[in-house]
Write a protein of this length. Structure first.
Length: 621
């Protein structure tokens, strides 16, 4: 094995992905190990180490752990680094790459380049046949309504137009902006267009290879099992209001999966079955919750989508980015927004626009259908997203807006849990202990409320808070903890558990949440699963992969979920991890009620702190 290959393999294994509890800014042992290896490969001996190389390697290793894939280098640093044996220019086979003044670990530079090349290859504007334009306008009016004079732009309708026209589309929007409605109508329009032959392989229309005699092959996926189930449920529900022809409804997709399952994860090889040389057998690939996808997975995903297929990414660019490396979705949105002109209906005749909302390959949904203009939660989310901490505090302290509350952190610092953190669980236990309740009703009741933590570890972290909530529930008689002498001490009726390690053999993945149900003394754990006959995967506790009790979860883990009520617990002190995007994501999980446990100072600082750009994909596309 060459020195270069050795160093790349070392970087891959010793620069671990960042996690929500990775708060420390000091260099860790792995950063120093990578630095030592680079000096060894460079031929440095003893204490004679290149100080610029040392500092830059420590920095890039730390940044990679924290989710940022490149660091900027001065001209003097670049000159010195390129004199070494371990740093090369773009395209060189070296463990570290300098490109446009930025230093990368090679594998992340390669992911970024592959992703940029894949996206650019899909940014082609097609000439549209006049018959197709006429037909599409009629069907768009049918599903979205005709535009009235003076009415504001219907961005859902614009997104559907672009989906009919383009191979590649990003639809970004916050909770309540109608992403599911848009997705469902896009799918109906694509099915209709395919059945009429408009999506055949001709020079006038985007080249889908299946003929109109075969159903359009649509694949739905999301980063997690929970998100994929929620997407499919939402699409099924939206179909009831679609008023589409029966033949269209019959062809709507009936399954959704995780991205790993879609690509065919091969455990033994830590790779995927589908890739550039063995692409997916799909005409349309639609991915929900795309903001959760890291740069490595996004690169592999887009590479596996065949050149003829339409690729549609759905997400919220203002939401928290992936726990893994790279805020790639937000960076892609920024890269697309100013560069590509947008024509009128299907690209005909109107002046180009460089506004973000009107980009040809990026549509940002603006109107919120969940929160009215006077909605306190909607105002709170908007103010947070704009970095307006003054307005955020005013809303939280306004007694006329009871749906948003600020709770003093001192109430949970002492050895007790305030009643307002426990009270929302009462309905769950009422349903749980009713013999007539179905499993679905139990899950529905449980998902009405959730406590979200910024971190996993620490005094206000999800692990400790979950134990404190559990103890408080037991003290009030809601749950019955078994004595430690009993073998099944942790398995009480109603215990929620979250999977913390992927298990492909059992079909359970990191973030999947189940509930322990004890019937006639038999302990079973139920997980929602659309592909199971009863709608649930049922396992004995001993068969579960790594898991933990989950009365509370981190904000990262809550992505892709919605709850009626949310309590958001922030850390005791200001830290780099606490950002505007993190707080916004937590707030927007709530539909009816949100409470924030935080001091004014910590909340202020968090809202004013933005996530630092993780990739340079916005400059590459």
């Amino acid at each position: 094995m060459s020195n270069e290959q050795l160093s790349m393999d070392f970087a891959s294994s010793t620069a671990p992905p960042p996690s929500e509890e990775n708060e420390a800014k000091a260099y860790e042992a792995l950063d120093h190990q990578l630095s030592d290896l680079m000096h060894q490969l460079n031929g440095d001996k003893g204490g004679d180490k290149n100080p610029i190389l040392k500092q830059c390697v420590l920095e890039i290793s730390q940044h990679t752990r924290e989710g940022k894939i490149a660091i900027e280098c001065s001209e003097a640093q670049q000159t010195e680094l390129l004199k070494t044996h371990v740093v090369g220019k773009a395209g060189d086979y070296k463990p570290l790459i300098l490109d446009h003044g930025y230093l990368y670990l090679r594998r992340y530079w390669q992911y970024q380049q592959q992703l940029a090349d894949q996206i650019k290859s899909r940014l082609k504007l097609e000439e549209i046949d006049d018959d197709f334009v006429s037909w599409s306008q009629q069907r768009l009016d049918y599903y979205f309504g005709e535009k009235q004079q003076g009415a504001e732009t219907n961005w859902q309708k614009v997104a559907a137009e672009r989906a009919l026209k383009n191979q590649f589309l990003i639809v970004s929007g916050g909770p309540g902006t109608g992403k599911t409605t848009t997705i469902t109508r896009i799918l109906a329009l694509l099915i209709e267009a395919h059945d009429l032959g408009y999506l055949k392989d001709t020079k006038h229309t985007p080249p889908l290879l299946h003929d109109a005699q075969k159903p359009l092959n649509i694949m739905l996926a999301a980063p997690t099992g929970k998100a994929s189930i929620r997407m499919l449920d939402a699409i099924n529900e939206a179909q009831g209001k679609l008023n589409a022809p029966d033949n269209v409804l019959q062809q709507m997709p009936k399954q959704a999966s995780t991205i790993h399952k879609l690509l065919g994860y091969i455990l033994e090889k830590v790779s995927f079955k589908h890739h550039k040389n063995h692409p997916l057998n799909a005409d349309v690939v639609l991915i929900d919750e795309a903001s959760m996808i890291d740069i490595a997975l996004m690169s592999k995903l887009i590479e596996a989508v065949p050149a003829h297929a339409k690729l549609i990414l759905i997400g919220d660019k203002n939401q928290l980015s992936s726990v893994e490396t790279g805020s790639v979705f937000a960076d892609m949105c920024e890269g697309l927004s100013p560069l590509y002109p947008a024509g009128g209906g299907l690209g005909r005749g109107e002046k180009p626009s460089t506004s973000e909302e009107a980009s040809t390959h990026l549509i940002t949904l603006q109107k919120n259908y969940r929160f009215k203009k006077d909605s306190a939660i909607g105002q709170l989310a908007q103010a947070t997203n704009q970095g307006d901490s003054k307005t955020v505090l005013e809303i939280l302290m306004d007694e006329s807006k009871p749906s948003c509350q600020l709770i003093a952190p001192s109430t949970i610092e002492i050895n007790q849990i305030p009643p307002e953190l426990i009270a929302p669980w009462e309905n769950y236990f009422s349903v749980l202990n009713n013999p007539q309740s179905s499993i679905s009703e139990i899950f529905q009741a449980f998902n009405q409320y959730r406590i979200l933590c910024t971190l996993r570890r620490g005094l206000n972290g999800s692990t400790i808070m979950s134990s404190r909530i559990e103890a408080a529930l037991a003290k009030q008689g809601f749950i019955k903890l078994r004595s430690q002498s009993q073998q099944a001490q942790n398995w009480y009726h109603g215990r929620p558990v979250m999977i913390t390690q992927n298990s492909y053999s059992k079909g359970l993945f990191n973030g999947d949440t189940g509930i322990c149900i004890i019937i006639n003394g038999e302990i079973k754990v139920y997980f929602p699963a659309d592909d199971e006959p009863e709608g649930f995967k049922i396992l004995a506790p001993v068969r579960l992969p790594a898991h933990e009790t989950t009365w509370t979860i981190t904000i990262h883990k809550s992505q892709g979920s919605e709850f009626d009520q949310v309590t958001l617990i922030l850390p005791h002190e200001v830290m780099p991890l606490l950002t505007r995007q993190l707080i916004y994501t937590g707030i927007t999980r709530a539909k009816e009620q949100v409470s924030i446990v935080a001091s004014d100072a910590v909340l202020n600082a968090g809202i004013r702190t933005e996530v630092v750009r993780a990739t340079r994909i916005n400059k590459e596309i």
